[in-house]
Design a protein around this ligand. Sequence first.
Ligand SMILES: Nc1ncnc2c1ncn2[C@@H]1O[C@H](COP(=O)(O)OP(=O)(O)OP(=O)(O)O)[C@@H](O)[C@H]1O
Ligand SMILES: [Mg+2]
Length: 550
Amino acid sequence: MRVSKLALRGFMSHDQMDVELPDRGVVLVTGPNGAGKSSIVEGVAAAVWGKTTRGASPWRDGEKGSAAVEVDEERVERTRSPAGRTKVAWPTSGAKYDTARAAQTAIDARWGDLATWQRTSVFSASDASTFTGATDAERKRMLERLLGLGRFDAAHKAVRADLRTAQADARDAERAHEATLARLQSAKDAVTARAEALAALAPPGDAGLTDADADDADAALAALDAEVRRAKTELRDAERAQAEVERKLAAAADKARDAQRALKRLESMGECPTCQQPISEHRLDAARAAAAYAIDAADACEAAEGDALAAARADVEDCEDTLAALQRKANAARAAAADIAARLQAAKRAAGAADQQRAGLAAAQREVAALTARSLTDAKTREEAAEEVALLEATEGVLGTRGVRATVTASALSGLEAVANHWLGRVAGDRITVTLGASTALKGGGTTDTIDLVVHGAGGGNGYRGASAGERRRIDVAMLFALAETASAAAGRDPGTLWVDEAFDSLDTDGVAAVCAALAEVAAERCVVVITHNHDLADSLSPVQHIRVG
Ligand SMILES: Nc1ncnc2c1ncn2[C@@H]1O[C@H](COP(=O)(O)OP(=O)(O)OP(=O)(O)O)[C@@H](O)[C@H]1O
Ligand SMILES: [Mg+2]
């Protein structure tokens, strides 16, 4: 991030401060404590990110203020009202943003975040050892952020969430498939059981028997019953005719008997009981004639009706025979009809049971077909879910810390190490060198990727922490220069302005000389703003510009 102009109004200790910076060369900033030297660095941070590197507000209470920078040929201005409202303007972007947050997101996308700028472009006494003094794991995170690998975190997180969902889906699909297979197996068992039950059914013996047969038998029986009724009527008629003939014969016989009895009484009386006159012969003759007539009439009747009686009796017998024969036939027909009805009933029951089994078998077969289709769909879903899981696992692996990031980090590390050793050669001679290596450390039951920094030639075998303050500062300087170059290269930007705020003040004369030489080298390519109280350093530098504050 190359800063060419800075204008501060009502900002920290500055009522008004305007700075113009060259593209390259050393710019020296000197002044007493509290004069407002570091405020220049804070001005850049406040204008671009609305924050300061020290974390405190740079605005004066109840006063209007502003910080404007020209950076990489663009202008960004932050203003602050007396009421405390801040606004950001980035007119050169040509874009309109609805909220300050949206504008800030766009600014961050353009120049990266404050932390990265601070780490790669600002070198102050307090954060000189940010990288070197960090833990191995912090260093790894810092380098990843520096290289812009942080965006892998979001993608990695999203993929891991997707993977968890896909794994749950895959488990569901697996369970669904297993459940369908279990149901399919029971449906197949049901088909077998139904088929066996159907085969086990007794073959219907009277399969040909129909309702018509039963109707015919009933009709035959009804016809016979009608004939029986008719025969009974005929028998009754014959019996009546016989009785009539017998009544006639009995009446004639009665008359003859009465006439003979009357004659006998007359003959036995001798005289009339009323008039005591002897019974006359004439009267006796008349009685005899009447008796003879009655006997003749009875005989004639017997002669006349004898055949009729015989015929009537024969008729009655015939009728009785006919009726008996018909009743036998009717009984046989009733038994036959009952037998047909019973057999038909049994045949119907057997057919009903078979139909039921067949319907059950068909339903079970349909169930098998449906579940077979379902199991195929389930298997496909399961396969797709497994493929999704495999794909996401692969993606997770690529985006994970051991994937492409590890490759990028590893190649960046060797570059960083080479550049750091180049600068170490400048500021510490060939005595001190560093080795940077990525490794995986065991931590809390899991593993953490780290970047270890091994210092050779200082610290008596205890590395950076064992080194003297001056040595540590030289290592810090070398690392800072290396990080600044690596960050610029990773961002694809020209090296920007480098801000050095009292970072070299603890160096001895040799150190100052070495750092000045290194700074001169760096300043050949970029502008280096050096804020210092160190007179040696101030005198040793050949600044292209000297800003005196206060
Ligand atoms: N919000 C603020 N309002 C007014 N003054 C502030 C505000 N914040 C900081 N200051 C003051 O601004 C002054 C300049 O601070 P700055 O850090 O720039 O000093 P410096 O020149 O770098 O000093 P040193 O040499 O001690 O580092 C300090 O006196 C500080 O207390
Ligand atoms: Mg300061």
